[in-house]
Structure formats: C-alpha cells, structure tokens
Design a protein around this ligand. Structure first.
Ligand code: GLU
Length: 492
C-alpha cells in the first residue's frame, strides 16, 4: 500500500483565486480524511511571471483559510537538477531525442500540413536521424530541443480518472512533445511529474484544464519507471457567462484575500468552496470541519462545472449571494466566544478594541455581539453598522435620520426630558426604561413609536436593529443619557 500523499502546487503568478482555493481545500480534505499528508509546492519555474508578492499572497490565503500542509513549501526552482537529470535519463534510455528543426522549418511543415488537411503535429523528422546525421548536427553546435517519443503502439492510450472515468486518446493523435527547450530548460510538464515522483505523490487532484497534460504525463511516468498516481480532474469554476474564473479576467472578486478583507469567516468560506462542485448527496449545506472531512469523497465531486454566481453590478450582493449566505449562517450561529475573537481583530483594526472586553467587560462584550449579530452579513458590519456599540463617533445614516429625527423638530425638547428621567432611574433595566418612555409618550400624547424609533436612530445611527430596550440596557445609562442630550447636534 502506498502512503497517501497529496500536493497543492500553485504557480505564483497572481493571487490565490477561488478555483485554486477549492483545489487546495479538496486535496486537504482528502489527505485529512485518509490520514495522508499534504505537500505545498510552489511551482515557480516561470521566472518571468512568478513574483514574491504572489508567493506571500498564496501563503497568507492558505493560512487564513486554515488549510495547513505537512511538508513544504517546496520551491520547484530548487529542484532544477532533478528535472535536468530526468531529461537526461529519458535521452539515455532512447525515449527522448534531440530535435534540431528550427522554428521556421516547423512553421513551413505546419502550413504544408494545413494545406493538405493532414496531421498538424510534428512530423518526427529528427526522430529518424541516422547516428551520423545526429553527430554532424551536434558537432555543428546547432540548437535543439528534447522531444519525447510517443511509443510506437497502435490503439488507445488511456488512464483512469477517479471523477471522469476512463480518459483515452488514439496514439496516432499524440505528438512527440517537447520536454526541454532549446535554452536547456525543462518544460513544466516534465518538472511537474519529476517533482510528483520525488515527493511520492499518490493522488493528483486538480482542475480539468490539466487533462491534456495528464495524457502526456502518464507516458512520462511510464518512461521513468514510476508508479502512476491516482488522478482526479475536477470540473472548472465558471462565471455566470460560462467563462473560466481567472485572475486576469475577474480581478479581485475571485481572490481569497478579497474575502478576508471583506470580513468573511474562514470556515464559512471553506464551506462555501466545498459545495462549489461537491455535495454530500443530500440537502446538507452546513458542515463542521470534522463533518466535511468525514463525508468528503472524490465520487461525489460533480462532473459538470461549478458556477460562481457573482453579479458584477448588483449593489446588494458584491459577490455570489451563496458566499454571503454561508457567512451569515456562521456569523449568526457560531460559538459566541469564537466570534468574539474574530470581531476583536476587526475592532483592533479600527482602534475600537478595549482590553476590558477580554477582562471584566467580557460578558458585556459577548452579549453585545450576540444582540447585534442577527442582522449582520460580514465581520466588517460590527465596526460599521455596529460602531455605535464601541464608539461615540458613529455615523447616523441618512434614511433613518430623515425619517425618525428630522421630521420631528420637537425631539429636541423631548429627548433631553427623556434623558433627565433616565438619569433618575436607580435601576436602568428593560422594564424601567420601557415604562419611562411610554409614560412620557402618553404625557405628550404621541405614539411611543416616535420616541422609540427616534431613540434607535439617535443612539445607534441605524434604521433597524435589536429591540430598543435591549439596546438601551446594553449601551448603559451614561451613554444613553449623553446621546439623548446631544440630539440638537443631529439638527445642526
Ligand atoms: N502549477 C499548476 C497550476 O497552478 C498546478 C498543476 C498541477 O496541479 O499539477 O495550475
């Protein structure tokens, strides 16, 4: 039995996007489920496009998601010698050959083939060079690439895909593909296999965009006398117009870091990603980490593409509503202490954190979060919509300001009066605060709602929220009295 070893090998040519994150997650889940290992390998051989910033972005994103790895990060460029040695082995074994055809020659051959509607692949001229011809060309110092010799076989070349079944192609259709460029650099296709062999990878779970590579790579494994890993090619993640999600065409909306910065909860985002292309086979939507590890299986990965349903110009949803839906669920139901830790980070970022929230006011802090979380969508809402609970310099939103305050000029007198009465209360509790407000409304012969809605706006800045008297008690006597007395400022 082979050890279960998976890998996640991103190319650091941009941020980690949701398609890549989903691949990482599925590999991680599989490794965890089967007691295997996950190896992180940064495939940085494309020197022109790989950047330090991308490497850091990928590492940060994985850390935020909580996708940890058992080995690595390894860097592909550090194994250049292995790649060259493997190419040399293939040449020595006679399964690769030097091809001296120039770019122009190849182009001419291609055009001729096109004209004849023949096979467009390389015509294998250099595969048939005599020993003498070869020597001559080598002596002349002509540049060459190394090509892999497609075996002289008839019939179908195939491999088994755990998700898609048997994948096959006629040997006749296969081209002697290049494995080393004329500058001596091995191609990604070869490096990737050499690294997977060295890292003893048992399962390759990756996107369907790599399937054409896989048919060639299977031949490389065979030629290098290495056992084949199990392959599983996942359907791609597409946008609503069925275009592949990519860093280049979709921008930050598909970047994992975008969701971190927008106040998403890491596990909620993993749960969303997990269901983007996989299901448990029933209606279950929410999975704890343990449940997901337990239930995840390659067989239940969808065969068709996943759709990332984001609406570019919809002001209500800045991303796929499903992503927000998962976030809301966790935000509103998760363990309050765990939420407290996440909100702490947001408060710290905005200089709103107070150490007493982790000390003698912890109970107040957690019950406040519990009170306000029901209407919130992201962690950012605690410092924006919920700012009034943690600071005095909150914004009063325009709509409730007009509706609940400015329409009633008399609030300028009523609220200071209410403040005086609230100040007198020896027990500032739910019943007393409500009794006093209703009493004043009845004396003034107005609907209590005028005071209640006005207060909500004056003390929280919001149109809607938890029950008003809960808010009063939570914010406390001093703050409420002060905010009611300051009502004139809202008319300024
Ligand atoms: N470096 C490749 C990519 O980012 C990974 C290919 C593979 O999984 O084998 O697409």
């Amino acid at each position: 039995m082979r050890e279960t070893r998976l890998r996640f090998p991103p190319s650091p040519t941009g941020y980690l996007h949701i398609g890549g994150a989903r691949t990482a997650l599925y590999n991680w889940l599989y490794a965890k489920k089967h007691g295997g290992k996950l190896i992180l390998r940064i495939e940085d051989t494309d020197e022109d496009r790989s950047t330090e910033e991308s490497i850091q972005g990928i590492l940060d994103s994985l850390e935020w998601l909580g996708i940890d790895y058992d080995e690595g990060p390894y860097f592909q460029t550090e194994f250049a010698k292995d790649h060259i040695d493997a190419a040399q082995t293939l040449l020595t074994k006679g399964v690769a050959y030097k091809c001296f055809c120039t770019r122009e020659e190849l182009e001419t051959k291609r055009e001729a083939a096109l004209a004849k509607k023949g096979h467009l692949g390389y015509d294998r001229t250099c595969r048939c060079l005599t020993a003498e011809q070869l020597k001559e060309k080598e002596a002349a110092g002509l540049p060459f690439v190394l090509r892999f010799k497609i075996p002289e076989r008839t019939g179908l070349h195939s491999y088994n895909d755990e998700i898609l079944g048997r994948i096959q192609v006629d040997y006749k259709e296969m081209d002697d593909f290049v494995i080393v460029r004329s500058n001596g650099k091995p191609l990604y296709l070869l490096c990737n296999v050499v690294d997977d062999i060295r890292d003893r990878i048992s399962h390759v779970i990756r996107g369907q965009d790599h399937m054409t590579n896989t048919l060639k790579q299977v031949l490389l494994y065979e030629a290098l006398d290495a056992p084949l890993p199990i392959f599983a090619h996942m359907p791609l993640t597409l946008d609503t117009k069925k275009a592949k999600i990519s860093k280049r065409s979709h921008g930050e909306i598909v970047a994992v870091q975008f969701y971190r910065d927008k106040g998403f909860i890491p596990w909620a985002f993993n749960n969303f990603l997990a269901l983007l292309g996989w299901s448990a086979g029933n209606d279950q939507e929410f999975f704890s980490k343990e449940e997901l590890i337990e239930q995840f299986s390659l067989e239940r990965i969808n065969k068709s593409s996943a759709i990332f349903n984001y609406r570019k110009n919809d002001p209500k949803f800045f991303t796929d509503p499903k992503a927000i839906y998962f976030n809301e669920h966790y935000l509103r139901t998760m363990d309050i202490k765990a939420l407290g830790e996440l909100v702490r980070v947001e408060l710290e970022l905005d200089n709103l954190w107070d150490d007493s929230y982790a000390g003698d006011r912890e109970e107040w802090y957690l019950s406040t979060l519990d009170l306000i979380r029901d209407r919130f969508h992201t962690l950012k809402d605690f410092t924006t919509l919920g700012r009034a609970y943690f600071a005095d310099d909150f914004t009063v939103e325009e709509k409730p300001l007009k509706k609940n305050i400015l329409k009633n000029e008399s609030l300028k007198e009523w609220f200071p009066e209410l403040a005086n009465r609230y100040e007198q209360l020896s027990d500032f509790n739910l019943e007393e605060t409500e009794r006093v407000a209703r009493e004043l409304a009845s004396e003034l012969d107005i609907k209590p709602g005028i005071l209640i809605n006005g207060m909500r706006t004056a003390v929280t800045g919001q149109l809607a929220g938890p029950s008003m008297f809960d808010i009063l008690v939570t914010l406390g006597q001093d703050k409420i009295v002060a905010r009611l007395r300051n009502i004139h400022l809202l008319f300024a």
